[in-house]
Structure formats: C-alpha cells, structure tokens
Design a protein around this ligand. Structure first.
Ligand code: ADP
Length: 471
C-alpha cells in the first residue's frame, strides 16, 4: 500500500499550528505498516533547504490553472528518522515568499485560493502521471479538500481519506474562481448558504473516508456544535464514513528526557531538571525568580476561541493570588495588545512573547507548572498532550480532544483540571482548585506522576488510520 499524504504545513519544515505537527509525525508512524509514505507540501520561501537537505529531483511538470500554464518542480527530503520522503512542490510565484498563509502583519495572502488550487493540481498531476505511486491519498483540511473530487472526475483508482483538523476554516471560494479548476469539477460542486463554495465541505462530500482529530470532536460536529445548518446536513450525509481518531505526538521531539531546546532534561523519576527549567524560564521571561509561585504557561495562536477573553479578565486577580503567567503566541492584534498591557501592569508576574518561537515553546512546556488551555472548542489540541508529558498540568475546557485526553482531577485520579460549562466562573473555580492542589505539595506530586505516565505516542492512532485505509 502506497500512501500519499498532502498537507499545507509539515513540521519541522513549515508550521502555523497543529496540522504541521500531525503531518510531520503521523506519516512516520504509518511507515512500518505500509509500502511507502510520501508527504507532499509546498516549498515555502521561509523553509531552510540547507538545514533539512532539501534538494531538487528530476521530477517537474506544469498544470493548467484557468488559462495559465504554470510550471512546478519537485524537491525532496528524507524525514529525520529515514522512514518517509517529504516532497516539496516548488513554484516561486505562489510559494517563494515568507509566510505560510499570511503577510507579516497577519493579513491572509490575497491569492491563497489560487495557491492551494495550484498545490492540489500539482498533487493530482504527480499521482495521475504515476510520478508518485498512490493507493491512498490522505488529504488534510481545506487546502486539500478539492482533491477527492478532482480524483473522482479523473476516475483515478486511488482511495481518498480526508481529515478535518479544524472545522472553523473552510477555504471558501467564489463562483468566478471555479473557472480556475478543471471543467469536470464544476457540476459536482455544491454551493453553500453564503453563495460561495467550501473546499472543506467538498472534501467531506467526496472523499471515501472522513475523519477528524478526536472522537469527541467527531461527536460534536455530528451534533452540530458550532456548525451551521447547511454544513451539518453535509456532515450528516457522510455519517457512516465519519469517525474521530485522536492525534498522537512525536515523542522524540517532545521528550523531557531528550528535548533539544531545553537546558535541563528530566523524567518521571527525576524531576530536578524541571525545577531548573522553571528557573531558566523565569529568567528568560524577565519575571522575578520566585520558584514557589505557581507558573501558568500558554502557547497558542491568538484567536478568540482559544479562551483569551476569559484569560484577559482573570489575569489581575490571579496575579494578586501570587500566580505568574508566560504567554507565547501570535495572531489577533487586539489580544496581543491586551497581553502586552497585562505584562506592563505586572512586569514581575506576566510575560508575553509576541511571535512564533519553537525553542521558547519547548521551554514553556518544560518549565511551567500548569498549562492554560481554556479553548471554547478544540478539535484535538496538542499542547495539552505535550504538557502532560512534561508534567505541566493542563487546565482545559471539556471540549473536543481536550475532553478526550485530560482526565479531571480527583484526590486519587485524574491528570489535569477540566471545567464545563464554558463560563468564566467555572474557569475561575478550576484555576483556584489547581492553585489549592499546587500548594498542597504531595497531591501535586502524585498528579504530575499520573500526567507524565500517560502515553500519547502515535502507535494506537496510526493503527486506527491503517484500519481505515484497508476498509
Ligand atoms: P491549533 O492547531 O489550533 O493552533 P494545536 O494545539 O492543535 O492548536 O497545535 C498548535 C501547535 O502550534 C502546537 O505545537 C503549539 O506548540 C504550536 N504553536 C502555536 N503557537 C505557537 C507559537 N507562537 N510559537 C511556537 N509554537 C506555537
């Protein structure tokens, strides 16, 4: 069985969010079960080709986008563990610039629809010409949502699977833009209630199998939570082929024992390094070196649904209780402004790093006591999984993958703190409970032990994907 895995982002080469983490680790976990796994992704200008030994291949071609014949060439690298090949599609007109989806000011590129139409046409070209052997095409999110439909119209004997990493982003396109796609796709496209088209919903309609990234999120989508009526009808139409598989994590890259970015290593049996990382993190963030103060970490895209409206309202009162906070994130100027102002009000207690910073993300996981992740909804969430592994106790809303992966604390069970319903007072109560247990000492130590002994490696989930490929 030959798998082609198409994704707009792949860690460590290009990353905006959790999609990259999955695309960078699931294919490797699948490799032992199949003949070959080939990942395909754009060659963005910001990717460090030297660092990852990304080199040109002899494969190249051209695709028709509307009336434009646009050439591409295929670059290739081997994954660090040698298990998979990563193919990078080079076309400087669309990808040879900094930024994956957005300008440096956070504004989406005006030609994003064209860029991902093009990407999909190239994937299709590589598969249909036999340049890349494919029995299964695994598509991810709206950037690849039109591929199952395009394959159908070409009657390719390739099975398609479409994974929804976040239902919020549809990749809407207009009736005029359809002219850029192969003519045969047009009669099969479905107009939405907004008078446009949704690449995400097309992926759901036309792929052989649809998955999302946790069983809890699958149930929420099928129940219509945060889903409009039009989309719900289309999701429910594929219900028999729709399931949720929880994401795993790359346990080598996110390992407290071996983390390349943290100054001190530690394990469930020896937590000394965790305290040292906390001291290093406090110093790096410019916070007072009060080692006993509970330290909340947060690494997140700055968007409303990650819970920032609640967090912003609670910061002052928790600082008054002696807590410290470290935020790393980029996105909404309004949220970054609020966090910056909070940091100015409490320079010894609140630090905010505005940007994308991989090394700092690892240090926050390793050095914080708790991880704040009160997302309104969360398809799977990865940071709570990294947090559990690093003994950094997650505080989460019971939603989607957060509900599936964090067990609520009780005196002798549980791995984190879970609140519901989605209400600021519930979060306040839960943070207060977390502080109480933190100060209790022995209960906290037991909680850390339970959290760190959880297994979120890809193995189980990769097997579930493999079963679906075989259906
Ligand atoms: P989402 O995909 O909705 O952004 P996830 O929790 O699934 O949320 O995944 C987010 C991933 O992106 C995690 O690996 C997280 O550590 C990473 N991340 C998010 N923001 C930043 C940032 N500013 N700097 C470094 N890593 C970040």
């Amino acid at each position: 069985m030959n798998i082609v895995f198409a994704s707009a982002e792949v860690a460590p080469y290009s990353k905006a969010g959790g999609l990259a983490d999955v695309a960078g680790s699931l294919p490797q976990a699948l490799a032992p079960y199949v003949n070959s796994v080939q990942v395909l992704t754009p060659l963005y200008g910001q990717i460090d080709q030297k660092k990852y030994d990304i080199h040109a291949t002899t494969s190249s071609g051209e695709v028709l986008l509307g009336d434009d014949v646009i050439p591409y060439s295929l670059y290739q690298a081997t994954a660090a563990d040698q298990s998979t090949q990563i193919g990078f599609i080079r076309c400087d007109r669309f990808f040879g610039r900094d930024g994956i989806y957005t300008e440096s000011d956070g504004e989406g590129f005006a030609d994003n629809n064209l860029r991902y139409f093009f990407f999909q046409l190239v994937v299709l070209d590589l598969i249909s010409t036999g340049s890349i052997p494919a029995d299964i095409l695994h598509c991810n999110d709206h950037h690849t949502g039109l591929l199952p439909l395009m394959m159908k119209t070409m009657q390719l004997k390739v099975k398609s699977i479409f994974t929804i990493h976040n239902f919020l982003y549809h990749g809407h396109f207009s009736a005029e833009e359809i002219a850029l796609l192969p003519g045969s796709t047009k009669p099969l496209l479905t107009i939405t209630q907004w008078d446009n088209y949704s690449a995400l919903l097309e992926g759901i309609d036309h792929s052989d199998i649809v998955t999302t990234v946790s069983p809890g999120y699958a149930l929420e989508l099928l129940a219509g939570l945060n889903v409009d009526q039009h989309s719900l009808t289309r999701i429910q139409a594929v219900k028999p082929n729709f399931s949720g598989i929880v994401n795993g994590i790359d346990t080598e890259y996110w390992s407290p024992e071996r983390d390349q970015y943290t100054p001190f290593h530690f394990s469930i049996d020896d937590l000394d390094g965790k305290r040292k990382n906390k001291a290093a993190l406090l110093t790096k963030a410019g916070l007072s070196p009060d080692m006993d103060a509970p330290l909340f970490g947060s690494i997140s895209r700055l968007v409303e649904n990650k819970g920032f409206p609640f967090i912003n309202k609670l910061l002052d009162e928790f600082v008054d209780l002696g807590a410290k906070f470290i935020f790393l994130g980029s996105g909404s100027p309004e949220i970054s402004d609020q966090l910056r102002k909070a940091g100015k009000r409490h320079p010894q207690h609140i630090a905010f790093d505005d940007g994308f910073n991989e090394p700092l993300a690892h240090l926050i996981e390793a050095g914080s006591d708790m991880f704040l992740m009160p997302s309104r909804f969360e398809p799977c969430g990865l940071n709570q999984l990294y947090s559990l592994r690093y003994g950094t106790i997650p505080i989460v809303h019971r939603t989607g993958g957060l509900g599936d992966t964090v067990d609520p604390w009780t005196p002798d069970s549980g791995t984190g703190f879970v609140f519901e319903p989605y209400d600021i007072n519930e979060l306040r109560k839960t943070m207060n409970l977390a502080l109480k247990i933190y100060y209790s000492g022995s209960d906290w130590a037991a909680l850390m032990q339970r959290a760190m002994s959880m297994d979120f490696s890809w193995d189980q989930s990769a097997k579930q994907y493999f079963r679906l490929y075989n259906l």
